[in-house]
Design a protein around this ligand. Structure first.
Ligand code: ADP
Ligand code: MG
Length: 392
């Protein structure tokens, strides 16, 4: 994989894929510009070296339609405040006007395209759309690690139409870190998995079975595993269409060398809100009108002991509904255990990073990845579609 600083970009049209997927408030103002700032090293280097720079990103889930509230306008404005270069906003992603603006770009000038996902062709990796993105482009740079597990047109498809490809600073930093910890992890290697997006994650666990020494499960995912074994989990979040996958994983875990841990106790509530009655249970079934909202104290203790002995820890997905203080103890306990261990620790995912922050141990984590799904897939498969695209 090339790194951007190895290239000669002077006078060249560079297409840079970034992650400007920033949170906006109701008035459309940027609530947190961390992601824009994170891409400044790459943008700054390219403009300093005379690139004619086209910048592209998605924002939110407009699902193939133009949604003005998801425009990249505010992000473009913020970028223009942060760099001492001319930054313009394109009215569209592709088309005649965009083509004209691209060709008119001077050295050290940037043009930000509209939200890539205003076109359904982006997520479908449509070859014609990818070709249009690549039109007149000399160099493709990907700095959007957090989107690189998706085979989308701006991540994968475009690479086929551009002769020179490279990773940006953010991408390189992520890959360097994850590579070290994942290809040759110091043992014991402990993977901790939780969160809500079960369907995204459950199959990935399968590939971790052969790599990690211990897998600790928490979050909503636990209930899919428990229900798959025929246990009643009340109103807990369960993905019914993943029950079979869950059974297969449990089966494989039994015959593999990995120790696979499910929570031993659970915090239950009647609804996913604070200020309601909660109770801790060890046995199943759960009462029919209650749901699991966090791992219990016994589980925290058991998981902390496993983490204390680890040399490498990878964590993706909170142990409970940590946004609500009463249901945050499991995630905070795990975060603190990771912070106290001597292991190389990698935390991936926006919510997991927020849980680490809530526990006040952010500076005790070796690497906090910007990509949740992307870091998980990298750890499992040791590459990502967006990385392979840069290498071919
Ligand atoms: P990340 O952003 O770190 O990749 P996810 O987005 O997959 O993590 O999961 C985070 C979400 O999972 C949080 O919003 C949290 O409230 C939710 N969650 C965790 N445990 C549960 C649970 N038991 N029931 C419902 N939601 C849960
Ligand atoms: Mg999340």
């Amino acid at each position: 994989m090339n790194f951007v600083t190895e290239l000669d970009v002077k006078g060249r049209l560079v297409f840079l894929r970034v992650d400007f997927n920033v949170p906006l408030d109701e008035g459309g103002a940027i609530r947190d510009d961390t992601r824009i700032r994170a891409s400044l090293p790459t943008i700054g280097w390219l403009l300093d070296h005379g690139a004619r720079l086209v910048i592209a990103s998605h924002l939110g889930r407009p699902k193939g339609k133009v949604v003005p509230a998801m425009s990249l306008g505010p992000a473009t404005k913020r970028l223009a405040e942060l760099v001492p270069y001319k930054v313009a906003m394109a009215p569209d992603v592709v088309g005649d006007e965009v083509r004209r603006l691209k060709r008119a770009l001077g050295e050290g000038e940037a043009l930000v395209l509209e939200n890539l996902r205003f076109y359904k062709e982006e997520e479908k990796n449509d070859p014609e759309f990818a070709r249009q993105l690549a039109e007149d482009v000399d160099v493709f740079v990907n700095d959007a690690f957090g989107s690189s597990h998706r085979a989308h047109a701006s991540v994968v498809g475009i690479a086929a139409y551009v002769p020179v490809k490279a990773a940006g600073y953010l991408m390189k930093k992520e890959v360097d870190y994850l590579k070290k910890a994942v290809h040759t992890p110091e043992k014991p290697y402990v993977a901790i998995l939780g969160g809500a997006k079960v369907s995204d994650k459950i199959e990935i666990i399968e590939s971790l079975l052969g790599k990690a020494d211990q897998i600790l499960i928490g979050g909503a995912m636990s209930y899919t595993f428990l229900k798959a074994q025929g246990l009643g989990v009340g109103t807990s979040l369960v993905e019914e269409d993943q029950l079979e996958v869950a059974l297969v994983i449990l089966d494989k875990a039994r015959t593999s060398a990995v120790s696979f841990h499910l929570p031993q106790d659970h915090v239950l509530a009647r609804s996913p809100e604070g200020g309601t009655e909660t109770k801790v249970v060890e046995s199943l079934p759960f009462p029919e009108d209650m749901m699991g909202v966090d791992i219990g104290p016994k589980t925290v203790e058991a998981y902390a002991a496993v983490i204390a002995a680890a040399k490498t820890v990878f964590w993706n997905g909170p142990m409970g509904i940590f946004e609500i203080d009463e249901f945050a103890q499991g995630s905070i306990g795990v975060a603190k255990a990771i912070a106290e261990s001597n292991a190389v620790s990698i935390v991936g995912g926006g919510d997991s990073a927020a849980a680490v922050k809530k526990a006040g141990v952010r500076d005790k984590i070796s690497h906090i990845s910007t990509g949740g799904g992307a870091s998980l897939e990298y750890v499992a498969y040791e590459t990502l579609p967006g990385i392979t695209a840069l290498e071919n």
